[in-house]
Structure formats: C-alpha cells, structure tokens
Design a protein around this ligand. Structure first.
Ligand code: NDP
Ligand code: PYC
Length: 338
C-alpha cells in the first residue's frame, strides 16, 4: 500500500458515524452502516471498508435515499420473512429481520429473507456469518447496477452481483466466501484508479469493447464476469433470485432508477438459511467431522480456504489495535466532515 494512516480500532465507528450523520443519516442508519464498515475494515476488506463512506455520502447527495426511514418487517407464518427497507439503506432492514430469519430456519429447517426497496453498498459476508454464528448455513446475493457484460457481450447488462456463503464450524472461524460474479468488485477497480495502478488482465473492456487494464477505461466501458459463461450464468441467477423472484429490480432497472445520479444501487436482496440439524437428520456432529475432513484435505496440499486472509488480518489488526488506510482516502474522509 502507498502512504498510509493508522486509525485506532476505538476510533473507527466514531469516524464513520460522524461522517454519516453529517451527511444526513439518522443515528440508527449511521450505527448499522458504521458497524458494517468497521467490521470490513478490521478484516482488511478495503473495497468495502471505510472507502465505502464515499459511496454512502454520494448516495445521500444523489437525493433519492431516505436516510431516516425505518424498515418494516411483514408479519408471516411461513418460512419467508419479508422486510421493506422503504427506500433506506439495506443494513437496518437486514438487522430488523435477522432474528426472525434465524427463528424460522430453526423451525422449518430452511427459510429466506427477502429485503425490498433498499439502497445497497456493502459486503455480504458479515450477514451470512451472523447465520453461521447461529449454527446455520447461509447464502446471500444481490444485484447492483448494469456495469457488467454477459459472456459473449460487450455492453453492461448484469450487476457485479456478489454471492456469499457461510458454513458453521465447531470452535473455529466458519468456512465463508463472498465474491462478486464480475472479475472483481467495482469497488476494487475504483481502488486501482485511486492508486494509479493498472488492472489485472481480463477484468474489463473499454467503451469500444476492447480489453483494457486502464481502470478509468474499465469504469467507462464494461466489466466482465469471472469464469466466462459460468460466472455469467451465476450472475444471471442472482439477478433473478434477488430481483424478479422477490418482486424487486434487476441491475438494468436499478441503473435506470438512478437516472445517472451516483451512489449506491437500489434493488432487493435475498438471504437463504439452512439448519443442519433438520437436513442431517440429527447427525450434525458426524457430518461436521466429514466436512472437517474435506477442509483438512484442502489445507493439507498447501491451498488456503476462502476468508483465511481475512481472519488473519482480523487477528493482526485486533492485536495491534489499529487498521491502516491510504493517506489519500483518510484526507477525503476528513473532507466529508467540512
Ligand atoms: P475477492 O476476489 O477479493 O475475494 C473473494 C473471495 O475469495 C473471498 O472470500 C476471498 O477470501 C476468497 N479468496 C481470494 N483469494 C483466494 C485464494 N487464493 N484461495 C481461496 N480463496 C480466496 O472479492 P471481490 O472483489 O469479488 O468482492 C469483494 C467484496 O465486494 C465482497 O465482500 C462482496 O460482497 C463485495 N461486493 C458488494 C457488492 C454489492 O453490490 N453490495 C457488489 C460486488 C461486490 P479472503 O477475503 O480471505 O481473501
Ligand atoms: O463493488 O461492485 C461493487 C459494489 C457495487 C455496489 C456496492 N459495491
């Protein structure tokens, strides 16, 4: 990393909250957003840590979000909990519905949360890890804006569409992955732009459809899905599952809704949860042993599990008591307080 500034862990939430409340978010929204940003920053998830304060403030400036609205969780006897974010940021809505999702999953074995009408800027792993912390397996997905070309195309139709999964493990960190179905998150490309560095090959094409490693040309052109037609199909699935399935917008529609204003996309989110107790016929301990054998065989050959880097970063940052962020970003964040 270039020149960096140390931010003490005890200052992380306060800095974010001050910026968010100044920008117009209520204490409740600022609290859940700050918690998410600090959690990501402590794990060195730079594209969705403090950097995303810029997007949150841009979203407020764009004028379509309600920074003070409270979400409404619909009453339901079924395995589906629906929460209407009512045009606010997603996180307060997810927090309001998460206890019901856990309760319904324990009751039915499988349950889902559909979040509607939310602005969305965040990483998904902290949400699925709430499920694995409760002993459940969880998946989450969202569309975004139509920045990503489908395999074989050269025009943005799909979102960067992250998919996250978390599996509970006894007495240790869960097995979790969380990735964009584009070659990288758009936030990552923005970080390359800020650092003045070229992108890896194969992530984007320019506005004429030619491969590019220039971050600005990539942002002006179209991003590509990971894994060719396979990532493209996964991305389309996410559009459908977190869009039409739950009566919410696709990335194309989110982009139209924005009318060229910056900030976070506006759409829905789906979170699915599974209770191993129900699915394994009560043989959770035996099956955990078999899952652990799988993980051990991966590690035994020198491969790493997803999230291992993140858990190591968390341990390091917690033990030293601070995170490091680029000095340029820190200056931009302080600028948001003026
Ligand atoms: P990365 O490519 O950085 O990482 C994706 C996942 O792969 C992580 O779980 C990572 O673990 C794991 N991983 C990376 N390298 C290896 C390896 N060598 N072996 C095994 N596992 C590995 O993520 P993205 O840039 O695609 O996404 C970053 C974040 O952006 C995500 O949290 C996502 O939710 C968020 N995002 C949000 C969007 C939104 O609309 N809200 C849109 C797009 C992305 P580790 O962390 O330990 O490296
Ligand atoms: O990094 O692709 C991204 C992203 C989109 C919305 C929030 N993050």
């Amino acid at each position: 990393m270039d020149e960096t500034i140390r931010v003490g862990l005890e200052d992380l939430n306060g800095l974010s909250t001050r910026i968010l409340t100044k920008s117009g978010f209520s204490d409740a929204h600022a609290g859940t957003i700050s918690e998410m940003l600090s959690t990501c920053q402590i794990d060195d998830c730079h594209s969705h840590g403090l950097f995303r304060l810029l997007m949150c403030c841009q979203t407020m400036k764009a004028g379509k979000i309600d920074g003070r609205v409270l979400p409404v969780v619909a009453p339901s006897d079924s395995a589906i909990v629906r929460v209407d974010a009512r045009g606010g940021m997603s996180l307060l809505a997810v927090a309001a519905a998460m206890p019901q999702l856990i309760e319904k999953t324990r009751k039915h074995g499988i349950a889902a949360m559909a979040v509607n009408r939310c602005f969305h800027f965040s990483a998904l792993w902290p949400e699925v890890e709430q499920l694995s912390a409760a002993g459940l397996a969880g998946m989450a997905m969202v569309p975004s804006h139509s920045w990503v070309a489908p395999a074989g195309g050269k025009r943005g139709t799909l979102g960067t569409n992250p998919l996250a999964f978390s599996w509970p493990r006894q007495n240790q960190t869960p097995f979790t992955f969380d990735f964009a179905t584009s070659g990288s998150a758009r936030g990552e490309i923005e970080l390359y732009l800020r650092a003045g560095k070229p992108l890896p090959e194969g992530v984007a094409v320019d506005a004429k459809g030619n491969p590019t490693t220039d971050p600005q040309a990539a942002l002006d052109g179209a991003m590509l899905t990971f894994g060719g037609y396979k990532g493209s199909a996964l991305s389309i699935m996410i559009e459908l599952m977190a869009g039409p399935l739950i009566d919410d917008l696709t990335s194309l529609e989110s982009m139209e809704f924005a009318e060229g204003a910056g900030g976070a996309p506006y759409h829905g989110e789906i979170i699915l949860a599974f209770d191993p107790e129900h699915f394994s016929g009560g043989r959770v301990a035996d099956n955990d042993t078999r899952a652990e054998r799988l993980f051990a065989d991966i590690l035994d050959q020198g491969a790493r599990l997803p999230s291992q880097r993140r858990f190591e970063a968390r341990a390091r940052n917690i033990s030293r008591g601070y995170v490091e962020i680029p000095a340029g970003l820190y200056a931009d964040l302080l600028g948001l307080l003026n």
